[in-house]
Design a protein around this ligand. Structure first.
Ligand SMILES: [Zn+2]
Length: 118
């Protein structure tokens, strides 16, 4: 997507810093946002607008970088990986996507709520 807008990452981090999920705040220095439209044409990815792999946030289109809720959700997955580098990705193999607790957690975090604070 050419020039990266780090600002959206900084704003998403500021939102996550207010959510009490993990002992250490999310680190964004090595996080990258990349638009990869070809990826999202593949069967598994078709349903997503964003997909996070470790420190890489992949987007269906460059314009989605302006979607702060989406970036916040994806950055929460980065945060989860920073605390559960094995358990988190394995959970997707074990539990699938739809009912994965990490998805629920990321949805709540992007909405400004922690897992416990309902
Ligand atoms: Zn997600």
């Amino acid at each position: 997507m050419g020039r990266l807008d780090r600002g959206v990452l900084v704003r998403a981090k500021a939102r996550l810093d207010r959510v009490d999920l993990y002992p250490r705040p999310v680190r964004i220095e090595r996080v990258w946002i990349v638009a990869a439209p070809w990826l999202f044409s593949l069967p598994w990815f078709r349903r997503f607008d964003g997909y996070t792999m470790w420190n890489l946030i992949l987007l269906r289109s460059p314009g989605l970088a302006a979607d702060e809720d989406l970036i916040c959700h994806e950055l929460c997955h980065v945060w989860q990986m920073q605390h559960h580098p094995i358990r988190m990705p394995l959970s997707y193999l074990r539990l699938g996507y739809a009912h994965n607790p990490y998805e629920e957690e990321a949805r709540r975090a992007a909405a400004g709520r922690s897992w416990e604070a309902r």
